[in-house]
Design a protein. Structure first.
Length: 390
């Protein structure tokens, strides 16, 4: 919790920062594990840390998640995987989409798990692995209805048999992705197709190169939470780990991310004076303005101008005028004790009040996924850990 006139939280040379509470992420993982129930074996958890852990910092977050019981990591690209290979130590890291052929050597050398969807991808990976005299770990992605990436369901068995024939490849899993993970009917329809694919290839009796059973996975956060039938051997969870839901504040999870800035300038204006680019906001009373060094270049959408609110000394205050590239103004008239150096919270909690990313998502007609990813453009991140995960 940021208290009034708090000292700098770190040596960051900027009065604006994103704070990540790692204990919230641990707590969220433990809640998600509880959702999985007591059935044995419980589904494994693949922590989705792509896009720099949805803006939370992949290296720091992955380390905490692996130490707290996640057994797999998932990323979007070879580069994202290579960047966390060292901290992930031996943990498997799955790249969730096909990789460019020229990056396959790096992926295999860094022991990254590759997604395959076609004969040509399978053959390209086998070629590179052969030249490297290594074995590549691969996962077959099947399209069960989203029609983004994946092989057609009726092709899955043939591709599995091809992979099994190639000694340079080690098949680890069969998986698919949900188009509407919070809609039971839609999840059930995709799950039925997925289950048929698994049954047709007799996946339970198939073993990989080490004699281990193949893993089947389908569910992302919402389905893993609400639809036990979709969990299979493993769930791929992203958003919920960060304490977020797509368009509303979670009742059970704790958001890990906060966005804060310090007032670097205070200015008094008269009633009737207007402020900022375009002079779009006019004071209806004598007004005290506080400026913070955060703008749209930091990932705060300009469309939030004169709409978002902040927290200052435990009070809600209004942002006024256009958000500019590096700065924005707040009406701090009702916090007369405010001084330059005080912290304004844009996202996060202060004195029991909370502003959630979902509130911005609703105003912008988007989802928290997008907004969390955007806040990493140039804001430094500070990692905190609250006692008892409070
Ligand atoms: C293939 C795949 N699996 C799992 C996830 C995680 O989804 P969520 O963040 O909703 O848990 C994503 C996220 O976009 C994904 O693309």
């Amino acid at each position: 919790m940021v208290t009034h006139r708090q000292q700098a939280a770190s040596s960051v040379r900027r009065d604006a920062w994103v704070e990540i509470d790692l204990s919230a992420i641990e707590k969220n993982l433990s809640i998600i594990k509880n959702w999985m129930g007591t059935e044995q074996p419980a589904p494994q958890i693949m922590a989705v840390v792509k896009s720099d852990a949805y803006g939370h910092g992949a290296a720091q977050v992955a380390e905490v998640l692996l130490a707290s019981g996640a057994t797999w990591l998932a990323v979007a690209s070879v580069d994202e995987g290579s960047q966390i290979r060292e901290i992930a130590s031996g943990a498997p890291i799955l790249i969730l989409s096909p990789s460019p052929f020229w990056a396959l050597g790096t992926a295999i050398s860094d022991s990254l798990d590759l997604t395959v969807t076609s004969i040509s991808e399978i053959e390209a990976i086998a070629d590179v692995a052969r030249k490297l005299r290594m074995c590549a770990r691969v996962h077959l992605k099947v399209d069960t209805g989203m029609h983004r990436i994946g092989c057609p369901p009726e092709k899955a068995k043939e591709l599995v048999e091809l992979i099994e024939k190639l000694p340079e490849l080690d098949l680890k899993s069969i998986y698919s992705h949900l188009a509407i993970a919070d809609d039971e009917e839609s999840v059930r329809a995709q799950n039925n197709i997925f289950s048929t694919v698994l049954k047709d290839m007799d996946y339970e009796s198939r073993k990989n190169a080490q004699g281990a059973r193949l893993i089947a996975h389908l569910a992302s956060s919402d389905a893993a939470h609400h639809f036990p039938f979709s969990r299979h051997d493993l769930v791929r969870v992203g958003l919920n780990l960060y304490g977020l839901e797509a368009t509303k504040n979670s009742k059970t999870l704790t958001p890990a991310l906060a966005l804060r800035g310090r007032i670097n300038h205070i200015r008094d204006i008269e009633e009737g004076e207007a402020v900022g680019y375009g002079l779009t906001w006019t004071a209806k009373r004598p007004t005290r303005l506080g400026n913070i060094p955060i703008g749209y270049a930091d990932g705060v959408d300009r469309k939030l101008s004169s709409r978002l609110q902040g927290l200052l000394s435990g009070k809600l205050i209004n942002q006024v005028g256009r958000i500019s590239m590096d700065q924005m103004l707040f009406d701090i008239t009702d916090v007369p004790e405010a001084q330059e150096g005080d912290v304004i919270t844009l996202i996060g909690e202060e004195n029991g009040l909370r502003i959630g990313l979902s509130e911005w998502a609703v105003m912008l007609d988007t989802i928290t996924y997008e907004l969390a990813c955007r806040l990493r453009v140039r804001l430094p991140r500070i990692y905190t850990r609250r006692r008892n995960g409070q």
